[in-house]
Design a protein around this ligand. Structure first.
Ligand code: ADP
Ligand code: MG
Length: 716
């Protein structure tokens, strides 16, 4: 049978004539020829055997191009029509017996040449509607997979026969007249019979532009993608994907009233998970030469440190640590599947106006796959992730990724970390150590990956950093979380004539250089030498730094040398045992030192972690431990992280046990007086006991049922 139809298909929402007449039989013949020539018949055979466990035929776009160039460009131009004809060829012509008309098979395209179809999300326009396109990005949200009616079976109340009506997305299409008895509404009524209807699994996702494609600080754009059938439920927030699909438009509505504006979305034909290893920054062979040259320079780490945020004065140790953080240690996976994080987490706590935010923004910009966010996130997902029910899900639950998931395999700068909400605080432990975020809510069980290094900034609770208080007292942040940071800096803004003068000159010079650049822009004067410029020009420019880091992260995986192991071990044992009563450091600090040492080797593009790398790492950890410890140089990790020395903690435990035991014995809460007496008899001074009891009350460990007694707050 040959017939020619003028194809009408849903373009920009309404009905539009196709600019070309497409002859169905010609297209059908093209597909058949293609299937023969490229040996797809066997695969179609296989598919029909496996159906419905397998419902898709994967076809290489390259082969289609090889077969017939015009055919493949038409496929890009009119994908819906071409694919649906191809699908019906598979269905009807080849296996009419097994795969009947109403059942669905999908053609899923592979190897679509990016240059022909690739768009940035922000560049998608109405002229692309109806075409085959590809977009890449990070998945920000996905909904549950739910069934959608594909072919609705309506039972006619007049004759009892079934009318099958194919359905589009959105409102349910009902027949107005019965195909069998010809009775029209309202003389007959139609009732939907779900058991006779055909459903398809549908999932809606939202992808967001990859951060590295954005010009510094631009807001990432997003687009919705619809997945159907066998490709649903396979991708999750935080995944990086390339979607191939048909750009579609859907009319906006205000209630039931259709508007003239349209939303666009991509109907997914196939997707590809982007391999995480592929680095985001393009490094050419020439770049590689420059990078290797650079790495051979003496003191390269110091040079890289001076290249970070050149307008910010001082903070040498902070900048050195930030350099090491950019390169990161090595993530290890053992035979039994346990992993050890390689990412280095850094926390800065300090006075307002000390360039913390400035540094964070800079780092997010220069780091490959960098993300900047605030502790109190602007979305429901916050820093980690959340399951929400909102408009996007249209009644379904949506899983939404927060900053740390979006920064997977990259870097997250989190400003005002102390302001994060309770839900995030609870999820952060897992996010920082296991580097995953687990959501289990409303039947959604998902573990999302958050393998990123975190640079956090926090402001002191009382406005200014108080050197006489332990760090835990100064930020609203639970001690176990603080201990997950490899390096912690306090940044103090204390007047000092000498330092203030240098800082002021530096800031003034930066402003002057900026002013000169501005005036050069408008006056077209060629390059003039500026004295001040010298201090502002980094040894390694931003673009090269980015490439350098990206190159090292993807190419260099150093190993600890025996000498480095010896040094790290000795330093650990010696520091541990020099503290007398106190516990200066724990195994955590050893692990941090290892990560930093590995990072130092990476920064030199060295395959070996040398003693020098170990010593630099050690210097960073020592600096921070001394810097934030209060005991004037005597490091005590317990004071640092819990606000109590181990001796003091023992006293607290003693008092706790006294209260517990007395309560057990007397079956009621003991009096304060009796607790104090017992504690004194065990060698704690009366003043200490009183302080301890007050602190325990403050921390919520105990409470006073009345003025005279104290009781433990039960924890169940
Ligand atoms: P914070 O986040 O610590 O409160 P900001 O990053 O907002 O501080 O810094 C406030 C301003 O002070 C910024 O414009 C910053 O450039 C400037 N500033 C503070 N410290 C320095 C410094 N050491 N060198 C140069 N500029 C500085
Ligand atoms: Mg700030």
């Amino acid at each position: 049978m040959t017939y020619k139809i003028l194809l009408i298909f849903s373009n920009i929402g309404g009905w539009m004539l196709s600019p070309n007449e497409i002859e169905v039989d010609t297209v059908r013949a093209l597909w058949e020829g293609f299937f023969d020539q490229f040996e797809y018949r066997d695969r179609i055979n296989k598919l029909s055997e496996l159906y419905p466990d397998e419902k898709s035929l994967y076809i290489s776009f390259r082969e289609i191009t090889d077969y017939n160039n015009e055919f493949s460009s038409n496929l890009i131009e009119y994908p819906e029509i071409y694919l649906s004809i191809g699908e019906s060829v598979i269905r009807e012509d080849i296996y009419p017996a097994r795969i009947n008309d109403s059942r669905r098979v999908n053609i899923r395209l592979l190897e679509v040449p990016e240059q022909d179809v690739q768009y940035e999300i922000r560049n998608i326009r109405s002229q692309n509607v109806g075409k085959l396109i590809s977009v890449s990005g990070i998945i920000r949200k996905n909904t549950e997979v739910l069934p959608r009616l594909q072919i609705a079976a309506f039972v006619c109340s007049a004759c009892g026969e079934i009318n099958n009506v194919p359905q589009d997305r959105g409102r349910l299409d009902e027949p107005s007249r019965c195909q069998h008895c010809d009775t029209e509404k309202p003389k007959t009524r139609f009732k939907l019979d779900t058991s006779e209807s055909e459903f398809v699994d549908v999932q809606k996702i939202e992808i967001q532009e990859n951060p590295e494609t954005l010009d510094g600080g631009a807001q990432p754009q997003r687009i919705t993608v619809i997945l159907e059938d066998d490709i649903t439920g396979r991708i999750f927030p935080g995944d990086r994907v390339t979607i191939y699909g048909v750009l579609k438009a859907e009319q906006k509505r205000a209630g039931a009233v259709p508007l003239t504006e349209f939303n666009i979305y991509v109907y997914c034909v196939n997707f590809k998970k982007d391999s995480k290893e592929v680095e985001s920054v393009k490094v050419t062979q020439e770049d590689e030469k420059t990078i290797i040259e650079l790495s051979k320079q003496p003191e390269i780490i110091e040079k890289l440190a001076r290249s970070i945020a050149p307008t910010i004065y001082g903070m040498e140790m902070v900048k050195t640590s930030l350099v090491l953080q950019m390169f990161g240690g090595i993530r290890k996976t053992m035979k039994d599947g346990t992993t050890m994080r390689g990412d280095i987490h850094i926390l800065m706590v300090g006075d307002p106006g000390t360039a913390k935010s400035q540094l964070l923004k800079y780092m997010a910009e220069v780091s490959p796959r960098g993300v900047f966010a605030f502790g109190r996130g602007s979305s429901a997902a916050g820093l980690t992730a959340a399951a929400v029910r909102d408009d996007f899900g249209e009644g379904r639950w949506t899983l939404e990724a927060g900053a740390l998931v979006l920064a997977d395999n990259g870097f997250a700068a989190i400003d005002e970390l102390d302001k994060m909400d309770e839900r995030d605080t609870a999820a952060m432990h897992e996010a920082m150590e296991q580097q995953t975020v687990t959501i289990s809510k409303a039947g959604i069980m998902a573990t999302l990956k958050s393998r990123c290094s975190i640079l956090g900034a926090a402001n002191p609770k009382f406005g200014r950093y108080d050197q006489n208080r332990p760090i835990v007292d100064q930020i609203d942040f639970p001690p176990p979380l603080i201990s997950r940071f490899d390096v912690i800096f306090k940044i103090i803004d204390q007047p000092s004539r000498e330092k203030d003068e240098k800082l002021a000159l530096h800031i003034l010079a930066a402003h002057k250089v900026g002013e000169i650049y501005k005036s050069l822009e408008s006056s077209k004067i060629e390059d003039i030498e500026v004295e001040e410029e010298k201090g502002m020009v980094p040894p390694v420019d931003k673009e090269t730094l980015r490439k350098y880091v990206s190159y090292a992260r993807s190419k260099v995986f150093p190993r600890l040398s025996e000498e480095a192991i010896e040094i790290l071990k000795d330093e650990y044992v010696n520091t541990r045992n020099a503290g007398g009563e106190s516990i200066p450091i724990t195994a955590r600090q050893l692990e941090s030192t290892i990560r930093l040492a590995e990072a130092a080797a990476k920064a030199r593009l060295s395959p070996i972690v040398t003693p020098k790398d170990a010593l630099l790492a050690k210097a960073v950890v020592d600096f921070y431990l001394k810097d934030v410890s209060m005991n004037n140089g005597v490091v005590d990790i317990d004071i640092l992280l819990t606000g109590m020395s181990s001796g003091q903690r023992n006293e607290v435990e003693t008092v706790h046990d006294i209260i517990r035991d007395m309560k057990r014995e007397n079956k009621r809460a003991p009096t304060v007086q009796s607790v104090i007496e017992t504690a004194v008899s065990r060698g704690i001074s009366k003043e200490r006991v009183t302080t301890i009891i007050n602190n325990m009350k403050k921390n919520g460990m105990i409470y006073s049922p009345n003025d005279r007694t104290v009781d433990l707050v039960s924890r169940d």
